[in-house]
Design a protein around this ligand. Sequence first.
Ligand code: MN
Length: 382
Amino acid sequence: MIDQNRRQFLTATAGAAFLASTTSPSDVIAAPAKVRRIATEEHIAIPEVLDAFSKLAATSTSPNVKYLQMFYGNPLYVRKLTNMDVRLAEMDRAGLDMQLLLHQSVQDFSAEEGTALAALANDRLAAIIKEHPGRFAALATIAPQDPQKAAAEIERAMTQLGLNGICIYSHTQGEFLDDPKFWPIFDAAVKHRAAIYMHPGFPPDSMVAPFEKYQMVAALWGFQAETGLHAMRMILGGVFDHYPDLQIVLGHMGEALPYWLYRTDDIFALLMGDEFAPAGRRARPGGQAPGMVRLKKRPSEYFRANFHITTSGMFWNPTLEYCVKLLGAEKVLFAVDYPFEETEIGVNFMKHAPLSSRDRALILHGNAEKLFRIKASLDAVL
Ligand code: MN
């Protein structure tokens, strides 16, 4: 919601407030109303990884591997993941200027194989960016199975390859990033100012069974349940007290966390004793509950400081308006989720979303340019 004064201001300036400091009035009058569109959760895979995954799936007993192979082995997805002409045609049809590429997970391989495949994929991503100037940016894929080598790959990707951040497909063979053994990855991410896109995975093998009924294992419920859990583990484990500058990106409008912030703060206060209790809330008898980590802030404060969210697969105005109101448009980025969602549907959703011109520009490209250090393209702004 924007208030009346701001609405009048935006109307009076013909939606040009965003450009006020960088262009002259004559530029604004002459420019057509075209806002640059960058989609920030767009999947890609190199054939070498898909082939290696098929081999792994042929012998693995892991439900996670079996489910992932249903995606990686689907001919429709394989074509859209691997063929650049198909991808560019869909972007052009929809009027999408740029995709931020996320390579598919290498987290189910052995540490050695995953590390080698990640390096190969990142080399290929860097080449794609060069071959198609202005159309692609990319996040580095890593194999957290070997945290030290993953950290070294982050350094290589952010310095030598010029990639735009990091993508992690949530848990790694049942292990979560609140475990300090993974924290070399955060050291490298903070050092190189690389945001981490925490993309969903299937629920780990230890908790997948209850999701297997009614096809709930994937995007119907399993992905958001697993990724929301992972983000909460990072918050409650104190990751952001150790890394106050670390930035995590969650897709699908925040994997439901924005909806729960009141309750997580409230129950957190109850479990911590009186220190975090809001006025009028009773303190827990006996003080801090077992297993809690003494944090500096409430869960919602970390969510506001250390997280961005994207619109991937959530093209729905009520959630968009709620998240913009709750977090600010500065924390919301446009994403489609190619090839699992249609680019045209995502772009049309943003065209008609009830947003001010300023907020629409931030969500469609300004926030992505800043967070992922994508070169701003002034001529495409308006
Ligand atoms: Mn996705």
